[in-house]
Design a protein around this ligand. Sequence first.
Ligand code: HAM
Length: 466
Amino acid sequence: MPKKPTQPKKAEEKEKPVVTGQEVPVKKGKGPPELLRGFRDVLPEEQGRWAMARDKVRALAEAYSFDRIELPILERADLFQRTLGKQTDVIEKEMYAFEDPSGDLVAMRPEATASVARAYVNHGMLNLPQPVKLWYEGPMFRHDRPQAGRFRQFNQFGFESLGVPDPIVDAQLILIASRIFQELGVDVTIQINSIGTPESRQSYLAELTSYFRPHRNKLSEDDKRRLQKNPLRLLDSKDPALAELLGGAPQIVDWLDEDSKQHFMKVLEYLDEVGVTYQLNPHLVRGLDYYTRTVFEIWEAGDEGERSQNALGGGGRYDGLVELIGGRPTPACGFAIGMERIVKAMADRNVNPEPRQKPLIFFAQLGDAARRVGLRLFEEFRAAGIPVAEAFGKNALKTQLDVANKLDVSYALLLGQKEVLDGTIIVRDMESGAQEIVDSAKIVSIMQRKLSAPEGVSRPSQDVVQ
Ligand code: HAM
């Protein structure tokens, strides 16, 4: 007799995925679901380098007295629209912005500097001793064209210092960025430029526009638009056909106001003082509009001929940003580094993490009672800080010992029905094959002694009970 369905039909219908009130069509077809383009899993085998990079960043953040801040992934879309610049690639084409179920226009953050500035204003950090030094780490989202080193979800860590205009802040941030790479074994060059203040930039922009205008027909459609709306971004054009034209373009450093010039000179002097080498790069303008004065990028050594699309990190001063989102005028400077890019650079240079502490003991069990005792013993070893491997899911002793051999442990502990009844456990030396039966209540201290005995010294025998 056919069974009645256990679930009422209505409940089944309810389980369909629903996003912002609309039904999502379920794709039919064979095979497992695919990852979205530009998204990736960071697999266990990659975690070592990720952890190494994260540990280094965390240690340096502490050493330079930056406090950690965690910011939401979802923000109001206008936070980014107001701050990053309407004509930037990020705002024009790359933002994951949508209406949420409450009807708010929200965006998955494409970067975190705007959120830091928002948090600074929201939490009245202006009243704290300045500078307020914050660091963060987490995923960012840009619907960019995926390619090597460029993803739609990527991870950044960033350092931001708010409240102090002095060029020493810029220099120390650049120093920290270069230390991170130095300590991770990745050679980099610091590319640096100054783009002055929005006011002093106006005459330069006029000059730049009149330089490019006679060559308008050589420009791509994208660059033609930039010429009209945001000519500074032409300097950062990715079009190889523009390289020669760019070479002859007027340089922004020649148009800086006196204060910006002095500020820039000071940054460079401080960098010289601490031995951070840099390359002056008159074409460096960065892809976001909030920058003032110092801008810099960190490029992998050897990439100097390339344009900045492969930068490992970038940043600069953003003295107008806090005011732009409704706070009091607050000078600030910071940088962010892409985790995927840093980890790739480490892999390319064969920078490897320390291997994890490998278990020296394997626990093998035979029968249900032994398995139960094993579960408890495992906890005792863990509490004593001794890593033990096990294969609780396997039954045959031979299969378990094969695992022990593969793991190359020094000892196997064997526990069967008889040993459970006797309160004993068999310790097998995997190299010599010698076995002894010991009191299972003392097994942790016995193994502690065995593991700490210098190699080649005969094992103590007073533990043997039979
Ligand atoms: P950004 O230059 O847009 O600056 O990004 C910084 C770094 O994030 C890049 O140098 C790169 O390593 C990484 N990155 C950016 N986009 C991608 C992507 N699609 N795939 C992989 N990695 C990527 C900012 O985001 C500013 N908030 C930096 C800053 C902080 N300025 C001042 N403070």
